[in-house]
Design a protein around this ligand. Sequence first.
Ligand code: SAH
Length: 354
Amino acid sequence: MDKTVEQLIEQLAREHVLPLEGYEYLVAHQSPEAAEVLATFAVRERHAHYGNRVFIRGLIEVSSYCRNDCYYCGLRASNRSCKRYRLSNEQILACVDKGYDLGFRTFVMQGGEDARFSEERVASLVRAIKEAYPDCAVTLSLGEYPRKTYAAWRAAGADRYLLRHETADPAYYAQIHPTDMSFERRMECLQWLSELGFAVGAGFMVGAPGQTSAHLAADLKFIERFKPEMCGIGPFVPHHATPYADRPAGTLAQTCYLLSIIRLIHPPVLLPATTALGTIEDGGREKGILAGANVVMPNLSPADTRAKYEIYDNKLATGVESAEGLAELDVRMHAIGYRIVVDRGDTCTTKETA
Ligand code: SAH
């Protein structure tokens, strides 16, 4: 292995920070050997904080309507071939009931930016879930809203909010989004969420069109500084009805490499092995866990709407990716030395072992 890479990994494992150029060098000089060393350090950190426990989140995809037009996403407003749906409150609460019985203690309501999910409607849904299941955490992932709306959702009892920053490089942000979307607003939203006391999830795609090592280095520096409680990263996967239909997908290897680096930058971070990881390769989820991830988010949406929430092609929503497949997911986790737990899965603040 490259001597500089070796030194950078040791420095990162020891100090949990690198200069920006250090991150860029590490990303640009990825190798199977470096990945293995990083994963060993990352797994050690993850074990110190979370043992062999894997947290699960019940993902409810509440709406495929979206007012935005992100170039990479299949739900973009100008995709006329997308089959749109939105769940009713009753359907959402039924998903939660089912999920609770299956052992989920965190529910994630995710969707496109759909005006029908008004501030008041979402607040009353959050209240209903927290009232029925006070032992559960509610996570929202509904996109960008005014501070006042986030505050209302927080006051209603929402615990966490996932809003991937998508990229920490303003010029690259402008390259993959239409002009009416703004990097500054996205960052401002993340700031508000954090100030309002949400546990915040940032994140980005790996291998998105035009993405460079310098862009990824900026993402890593951002994670180092912002220290989000969660960080969702997954490979870019093309969707046939977007401007990026013909672009190659991101790789499992690069995603796992970055998962390990993020675990070392911010050891207590909650790090999902995302659906996109399981989608690009069979066993991708397990590889993510072995690289330092500690969360999986099986799909709890009603079976007939799952295929319609198509942010990219061939998105998995059945088998171990579904809430019904939990028993098999547990078997797969056991096979690699991990176990799924019935737990809210909050950020760990103390190390379990020295
Ligand atoms: N509207 C919500 C939820 C968006 S979907 C929000 O803005 O947060 C969740 C994530 O899916 C996005 O943040 C994006 O990073 C990811 N995503 C979108 N299109 C994708 C694609 N083609 N490949 C991989 N990930 C994608």
